[in-house]
Write a protein that binds this ligand. Structure first.
Ligand SMILES: C[S@@+](CC[C@H](N)C(=O)[O-])C[C@H]1O[C@@H](n2cnc3c(N)ncnc32)[C@H](O)[C@@H]1O
Length: 229
């Protein structure tokens, strides 16, 4: 757990498992201990150590930090996010909380809290295709959940823009073991209602007790859900 600016940065560093050998994985598939859907190709297993975690294991691991995983504002970082198997489950849990607390409140309040939940999740992967797939899955899950929670409402056009903006900033392509200059954006509730404050940090800074931000963005209109100034 690391401090991320003044507020506590409650991040769950999920362990980067690069140590499986491909022959061991083939053995696990043959013996039925691993499903075929957990890999895309033998080559990718060899080159990227790409073996996706199945749903049951993801849920058991998240249950180890159950309270955090349902908390809208607790921050999670997945340093080798693959196609987003962990992040999608974290998002589902957070959106369950948003639904319970805000589905009967105003549209703006609901949308703002969805953005808050999404902005607390970070993912990195070395493979651009995986990064793209993760963003797509998260984007669609936000809107699937929107229609289930809001009945006859339609999303505010600014909401889709904000969701896209957050994903663009938080789900990034990089080498977690080497790219210490990767940039992370911290989103926090701004002073104005329904707005976000954004601070930017280099990855290397996040390992320090008191990380220095290198840039603060003003509360942006496009993250001012519902357009209230
Ligand atoms: C074992 S898979 C796990 C994927 C996901 N965490 C899951 O559990 O379903 C490993 C992932 O790490 C990525 N990867 C490998 N080396 C990496 C590195 N140095 N930095 C970031 N990602 C890396 C691969 O592209 C692959 O998607």
């Amino acid at each position: 757990m690391k401090d991320f600016s003044s507020a506590k940065f409650h991040s769950l560093i999920l362990i980067l498992n690069l140590s499986f050998s491909s022959s061991f994985i083939i053995y696990l598939i043959k013996t039925g201990e691993m499903k075929l859907s957990q890999i895309k190709s033998k080559l990718r297993v060899k080159e990227l150590a790409e073996v996706y975690t199945n749903e049951r294991e993801v849920n058991s691991m998240l249950d180890l930090v159950k309270e955090y995983s349902y908390d809208i504002e607790k921050r999670f970082l997945e340093p080798a996010c693959g196609n987003g198997n962990f992040l999608i489950k974290i998002l589902e849990r957070k959106l369950k909380t948003v639904k319970e607390l805000y589905s009967h409140k105003s549209l703006k309040e609901y949308e703002f809290n969805v953005c808050l939940a999404l902005s607390s999740m970070y993912g990195v992967d070395i493979c651009p295709e995986n990064v793209h797939e993760t963003k797509e899955r998260l984007f669609h899950r936000v809107f699937d959940e929107f229609y289930l929670s809001r009945n006859t409402d339609f999303p505010n056009p600014k909401f889709a823009k904000s969701v896209y903006y957050i994903l663009h900033n938080n789900i990034i392509c990089g080498n977690t073991l080497k790219d210490l200059d990767m940039r992370f954006t911290e989103f926090k509730k701004g002073k104005k209602k329904f707005s976000f404050l954004q601070k930017r940090f280099f990855f290397k800074e996040l390992f320090n007790e008191q990380p220095k931000q290198y840039y603060t963005l003003k509360e942006k209109d496009y993250l001012n859900i519902g357009g209230e100034k």
